[in-house]
Design a protein around this ligand. Structure first.
Ligand code: PLP
Length: 224
């Protein structure tokens, strides 16, 4: 067994079964990605449409063994391609983007699970809706009125920091938004995924209630 497969198995054993592990595979080779698929990974995340397309083509029928999550920023001109490649869009951050997806999904008669990305650190370099509950609720309600979108939760990146412990406050705030949305019991939704925590912060994210984590370099090593 390869090093990547071994690390995946170790992580899968360490993290409760109910937690979904979405592996961030940006900049990895198809061989590395195939190794985690063979090791039983069920969910992979890509940041760029073009990279996802190249990866999925390279993997051929093996690509169908996993769910593909869009975890990067949405460019409106790539939405047609995105809905053909991905099984979940984690980065819906505005009503305009939700509508753009919905229009194309309706044409394809395809229902897409989506998460709302919250820019919890209010960083100008990041996408995501600002962390104001009323705005987030408004977006959530709008999404649930679009029948080809299925709202399944909330995603956040958390501000860049050397110290993983700094993420705790951001994760806690995101969890509060997630919990409030859940109590609305909105129709046409199934709010259960709180996607937060990367290689250096997933343990803190789990302590703060994440139900979905997104490690990458923990398994694959540092990116070039
Ligand atoms: C790259 C990336 C990750 C994983 O980061 P690592 O530090 O490699 O664990 C998770 N989520 C998103 C949105 C990313 O872009």
């Amino acid at each position: 067994m390869g090093e990547i497969a071994r690390k995946f198995e170790k992580l899968r054993k360490e993290v409760p079964e109910s937690i979904r592990i979405v592996l961030a595979v940006k900049k990895r080779s198809p061989e590395e990605v195939l190794e985690v698929i063979e090791a039983g990974a069920a969910d992979l995340g890509e940041n760029y449409v073009q990279e996802a397309e190249t990866m999925i083509q390279a993997l051929g029928k093996n690509a169908k063994r996993v769910n593909w999550h869009m975890i990067g920023g949405v460019q409106t001109n790539k939405i047609n391609k995105m809905i053909g490649l991905f099984d979940c869009i984690q980065t819906v951050s505005s009503i305009e983007k939700a509508e753009a997806f919905h229009k194309r999904l309706e044409r394809e008669n395809k229902i897409m699970p989506v998460l709302i990305e919250v820019n919890i650190g209010e960083e100008s370099s990041k996408q995501g809706i600002m962390p104001e509950y009323e705005e987030i609720e408004k977006l959530a309600v709008k999404i649930t009125q679009m029948k080809y979108l299925k709202l399944e939760g909330v995603m956040t990146m958390g501000p860049v920091s050397e110290n993983p412990e700094d993420h705790r406050y951001s994760f806690r705030k995101t969890r509060e938004f997630f919990d409030r949305l859940k109590t609305l019991k909105l129709e046409n939704s199934d709010i259960r995924w709180l996607s937060m925590g990367m290689s250096d912060s997933y343990k803190i994210a789990l302590e703060e209630g994440a139900t979905m984590i997104r490690p990458g370099s923990l398994l694959f090593g540092k990116r070039q």
